[in-house]
Every structure is written in C-alpha cells, then in structure tokens.
Design a binder for this molecule. Structure first.
Ligand code: ADP
Ligand code: MG
Length: 474
C-alpha cells in the first residue's frame, strides 16, 4: 500500500534538494497564498503548504469516491427541495444552535415569499478518509460533505505538476508520469458558466462573495480566470458591499453598483464570525433575489452535520431518493457510524457510550472550517457537562476514522524540514445545475487530497493543519 519512495525518505541530501525544487515549482505554478501578516495584499505572497511527496491512495477507493459523487449531487439537491425533511431534521438543532437557527429563519422567510430563483447551482466537496479495518483492508468513509465555500479546487489544480517535477528530480520519472491530471477549477467554472448562461442575461455578471480577510484569494482567482476566459465578467464583493450597494428591482433581479448579477458564488457566510447584523441583512437580500446562489440557503442547510447524521438513519436515504436503490447503496457504503444526541433514551445511551470510550468517537458541533470538533478526553469532559442538558443536541457524534499513517515531509514557509507521520483526506468536487425540475448538469469535477501530521486530530489547510497533496494511486 505504501508509495514507492521509502528509499528516498531516508536520503537527507536528496530530500533537501527536492524540497528546494518543490518550493520554487510551487511558486512558479501558482500554488500561492497571501501571508498571515498581510492577508489582504498581494505584494508579499508565499507558497501554500504542501507535501514534498504525493501520498499513496488505494485506486479502488479513489474510483469509489468518484463513482458516488453524482449520487451525492442528486441527494444534496433533493434535500434542498424537501422542506419537510429539513424542518423535521433541524427542529431540535435550531432550538439550541443560534447560527443554524438564523440560517433556518432566512430559509423559511424566502419560502414564504416564494422563490424567485429559476436556476440552481451546487458546488460541493465530499471528503473521505481511508479507514484501516481490523483485517488490514482500507475502506472509504465519508467525513462530511461541504455544500458552501468548498475551497482549494483552484490551487490543487496545480499541485500534480509540482509533485511530478519533484518525483523526476528524485529519479522517479516513471512514477511521475502516473500522476493523474486534475483540474477542479475548470469543472467549477463550467458549472458557474452554465448557471450564468441559463440565467439568460448576457450583460449580467458573476459575483464572488468574499470574506473580509482574503488570504486564499489565488485559489478563487483560478476559478475567476476560467470564467474570464469564457468572456464572463466576474466581480468580487463582501457582505458589507452588498449591504451598502445591493438592491433588487420589481422582478427581484439583483443589482450591485448598477450591474445585474446572474450568479452569486459564496466563498463566505459559512461560520458565525462571517456575520454581523448588516451581513445577515445582506444575506437575506441575496437569498430573496432571482440570482443563482451557489449555494442557496436550503443547500447550505443540507450540508449541516445534523443532516449528515439523519441521513445515516435506516430508511432516510430511501425516502429522499425513491426508486434509486443503487445510488442509495453506493452512498450508504461510505457512511461511518453517526449518532444523534437528541433528548431521550436513545440519546442518553449514546452519550453514556461516548463518555465510557471517548477515543472511539468524534463530537461535532454545527460548524465548518476546521478546529471545532472534540476528541478524546476533551470530548468526554464536554459531554459529561452537557449530558443532561438540551445543549447536547447542538452536537452529533461520529465514529472516529482511523487511517494507516505514512511518512512524508510537510513543506510550510518558515518551518524546518522534518519527516512526519501523516494521514490524508480525499475530497471529490461535485457540480450540478438544475433548471426548474430538470438536472441539466451533474458531474464530478476533480479531487483534492489534503494531508496532516497525525498529532493533529482536526483541521484543514486554511486552519493551518493540513497541507495540499497529490494522490499516487496504488
Ligand atoms: P469541518 O466542517 O470543520 O471541516 P469536519 O467534519 O470536516 O468539519 O472535521 C474537521 C476535521 O476533523 C477533518 O478534516 C478530519 O481531519 C477530522 N475528522 C472529522 N471527522 C472525523 C472522523 N469521524 N474521524 C477522524 N477524523 C475526523
Ligand atoms: Mg471538513
């Protein structure tokens, strides 16, 4: 299962030389991030963190992840249109989780007014780890699906090229030629372009809704450039700009600075800190509009951890995807154990089980972006504190996935070069477009491999824990 570069890992001189080449190759290829010190200026940039070497990924699991992506697209889209399911599933959560409750209020408000939006665009990323079974065979297990602001599709479109060069420098040309091409930024842009076209106003623009702090701008620029290449105008705005200058006309067409907006692509708005009162008002304005939101508020809610947990309940997938038994089976095969902590006997039992054996589980609140989950002793302490309180329903419990570690070097600016024991998480990008009731596009749009040292239980690339990687299929 290991990648064929165990020999290289122990050759310090070769590693040093390869790391120098790797960093320059990354800068040349545009695997870039702005710096922590100057997050909103492009005068000083650095390379985004990445592994020196590609990581081994079992090819059967890689193919399985691609094969189930269209099913997940259909599932997320079905959930987003199922008010009864969202209402029922999130009922206990919104009583105790203010952020989900606010999103839900906007959702209900928009439904009451009636949807003006005729075209729907979903860009998601389904993330997996390779669980190492007792018999030694790895299994594909979903960590979560991200239905809003799923990132790194741009930068990862350039990492295979960098890793290919590193392998060549290390005398592994044959292996370099086996690395798969991967271009999510193009796939994402094709989805946005399709939604823009179906919106049907050639002078309208695509608006990227971006955060105040924009360290990861180059990742977004990769997608923007694909749109400009197709002669689609792109503007970048923050919630604050929308609050100050956004407006709707009688047909609820959205205007920014006098320009009609066909598509709003959110790279913002997924965590509470993205919102103050004005930003909530801006969000409501956008959701009420005719513009294609990627995602609309219903699709954002479809990506909550509580929904993920509910999907694992017997019979739920069958109800959401009637007549699609094969899709249901493919989806279910990727589920790890997920447990509700809702008030009641069942929830009491689950809480007791986790307190007794915390290392078997992950405790997850309804949050995104990494660094929010609880593990081990901390999980036990928190759960003991809230076990008799309704607050526990703001969390879900999940079986902890345990992948087999492999050695690699994580290249980070200003950090010493040292070998680490690492585990990886594979993400598959999904893109779909629906016009009214008809799916007009449904695709897997590329992949993202992120790798982190095993001492970190949680966290993504933006959280400073994981780094970009390239799969080497074995
Ligand atoms: P977020 O929305 O914050 O990204 P995730 O569910 O993706 O939340 O969890 C964040 C990170 O925590 C993941 O990238 C992964 O490294 C780790 N993690 C999450 N769930 C599990 C699990 N069931 N087993 C092992 N690690 C997990
Ligand atoms: Mg995640």
């Amino acid at each position: 299962m290991a990648a064929p570069w165990e020999d290289v890992l122990r050759n310090e001189a070769a590693v040093q030389e390869a790391a120098r080449v790797a960093v320059d190759a990354a800068l040349l290829a545009g695997v870039l991030m702005r710096t922590e010190g100057e997050p909103n200026a492009s005068d000083v940039v650095n390379y985004a963190p990445f592994t020196l070497l590609p990581s081994a990924v079992p090819s059967a699991l890689f193919e399985q992840a691609y094969a189930v992506q269209q099913d997940f697209n259909v599932l997320v889209d079905a959930i987003s249109q199922n008010k009864e399911f969202l209402e029922h599933t999130l009922a206990s959560t919104i009583k105790v989780d203010d952020f989900t409750a606010r999103l839900f209020r906007i959702y209900m408000q928009v439904l009451e007014e009636g949807l003006a939006q005729p075209v729907f665009l979903g860009i998601n990323r389904s993330d997996y780890m390779f669980d190492h079974g007792v018999d030694g065979t790895p299994a594909l297990k979903q960590i979560e699906i991200n239905t809003i602001a799923a990132s790194f599709g741009g930068l990862t479109s350039r990492t295979a090229e960098v890793h290919g060069q590193v392998l060549k420098v290390l005398g592994k040309s044959k292996e370099a030629s086996c690395l798969l091409p991967n271009n999510p930024s193009k796939g994402l842009a094709l989805g946005i372009a399709k939604a823009w076209e179906l919106y049907g106003s050639p002078s309208a623009v695509v608006m990227f809704l971006v955060e105040e702090v924009q360290r990861n701008i180059f990742d977004q620029r990769c997608v923007e450039n694909e749109l400009w290449n197709r002669n689609i105008r792109v503007i970048r705005r923050r919630f604050r700009d929308v609050f100050e200058k956004g407006s709707l006309d009688d047909a609820r067409r959205l205007y920014m600075d006098g320009q009609e907006v066909a598509v709003v692509y959110y790279r913002e708005g997924y965590v509470p800190k993205n919102y103050d009162q004005q930003n909530w008002e801006a969000r409501l304005l956008l959701e009420r509009s005719r513009a294609v939101k990627c995602p609309d508020i219903a699709t954002q809610l479809a990506g909550t951890k509580k929904v993920q947990q509910e999907l694992s309940q017997p019979g739920t997938l069958e109800k959401l995807l009637p007549g699609r038994a094969e899709a249901v089976a493919r989806i279910r095969a990727t589920f790890a154990g997920l447990y509700s902590l809702d008030v009641g006997e069942e929830g009491d039992k689950i809480a007791a089980m986790a307190i007794a054996d915390p290392d078997r589980f992950v405790l997850k609140p309804q949050r995104e972006g990494g660094g929010n989950n609880l593990y081990g002793e901390e999980l036990r302490q928190v759960l003991e504190k809230i076990r008799d309180s309704p607050e526990r329903t703001s969390y879900i419990l999940m079986d902890k996935i345990k992948p087999q570690p492999a050695m690699n070097y994580l290249l980070r600016a200003h950090s010493p070069l040292q070998v680490s024991e690492c585990i990886s998480e594979l993400g598959i990008f999904g893109v779909y477009v629906r016009q009214g009731k008809e799916m007009v596009m449904n695709k897997a749009a590329g992949h993202l491999l992120r790798t982190k040292a095993i001492e970190h239980a949680d966290g993504g690339v933006a959280a400073g824990v994981a780094v970009l990687d390239t799969p080497y299929l074995v």
